[in-house]
Design a protein around this ligand. Structure first.
Ligand SMILES: [Zn+2]
Length: 341
């Protein structure tokens, strides 16, 4: 069952943290994009994460249903099924969920609860609560009960303080550039609030990250924010008690800078924009190269050009190649824990 159990997932995260590499978390919106990520993880012998934003989850349920819980559960069940015999672990997460949408995460926790009661493993390994638009105190007030709920099931909660710039599927945006950098004080506040709860959590601290592609000169990525924040936490809580950090909004980041963050405890990096772009390129080519034939094809025997598989296979392949690149950039190639945990 290469969707890891809660215990296995804990070990996968601890191993990544101890060995300074990160798990690519690939955003998907369908079976096809999930399959692209799965193929890449299997080929690279890397453990990784497949995740859905709430918008992606709603999309996955189809326009006739439009239900994020059903869409997320449906893609997750697909991943549980198709990865069953693979020699790598692929964890499942959900992405940004704001306070007013927590019923979606709670609906998915309920799905996991039902599975556990039936003797199966959890449906998702992790869920994100994005309270970054709220004052930190309020953000943490909502995070604590959620962390307790997740802890009961062995599910990891991802929290965020500071705001990731840019726009992505309803994630908070800001015009105030200071909010793009989480201060060491705020990082300590998160530690002070969540460490005593003893649930497993990941922390998306912000260091100038922007969702989507960077507009050069607009904002400066500063990984030393993470270094300083972790140092403050280490000083108070000891060597072993630092955050497992999540890197959002990293598209377009030079590989040296990505790798620098791995030294500061980044164990999960979200990848969305780059794989969306990769997926769409072959479709554009296919359509442009064959546009006349496809327009006139009805009944003339050119069925293979408009059969959606003809271009979606190319798209899946291109996305897989881009995921392989992300795995390599995060130093995760060949690092699967499969067979050893
Ligand atoms: Zn994000």
């Amino acid at each position: 069952m290469p969707v890891p159990s809660p215990e296995q997932y804990k070990k996968i995260i601890a191993n990544a943290k101890a060995n300074n590499f990160a798990l690519p978390a690939i955003n998907v919106t369908s079976m096809i994009t999930a399959n692209a990520a799965i193929a890449a993880f299997a080929e690279a012998k890397a453990d990784g994460i497949i995740q859905l934003s709430l918008g992606g989850a709603e999309f996955a349920s189809g326009s006739g249903v439009k239900d994020a819980v059903i869409g997320a559960a449906s893609v997750a069940e697909h991943v549980h099924r198709v990865t069953k015999d693979l020699p790598v672990y692929i964890a499942l997460h959900t992405d940004h969920c704001q306070a007013d949408k927590l019923h979606i995460v709670r609906g998915l926790l309920e799905e996991s609860r039902k599975r556990v009661a039936a003797g199966q493993s959890v449906l998702f390994n992790g869920h994100m609560f994005d309270g970054s638009a709220l004052p930190l105190e309020e953000n943490m007030k909502l995070s604590v009960p959620l962390l307790r709920e997740c802890r009961e099931l062995g599910i990891v909660l991802e929290v965020e303080a500071g705001i990731v710039g840019g726009e992505e599927d309803g994630a908070a945006e800001t015009d105030d550039n200071t909010k793009l950098y989480t201060s060491p004080e705020d990082m300590l506040y998160v530690a002070d609030t969540l460490f005593p709860e003893e649930g497993d959590f990941m922390f998306a601290a912000t260091f100038g990250n922007v969702h989507g592609i960077y507009k050069p000169g607009n904002v400066k990525l500063d990984p030393s924010i993470l270094k300083n924040g972790q140092a403050a936490v280490r000083e108070k809580y000891g060597e072993d008690k630092t955050f497992a950090l999540v890197f959002h909004g990293g598209s377009g980041t030079p590989v040296e800078q990505i790798r620098e963050t791995l030294q500061y405890g980044v164990i999960k990096m979200n990848v969305d924009t780059a794989t969306q772009f990769a997926f769409t390129q072959p479709i554009v080519e296919h359509m442009c190269d064959n546009s006349e034939l496809i327009r006139q094809a009805d009944g003339d025997g050119s069925k293979k050009l408009y059969d959606p598989r003809s271009y979606l296979k190319k798209a899946e392949q291109a996305m897989k190649t881009r995921v392989l690149q992300a795995i390599e950039e995060l130093c995760a190639t060949g690092k699967t824990q499969f067979g050893s945990i």
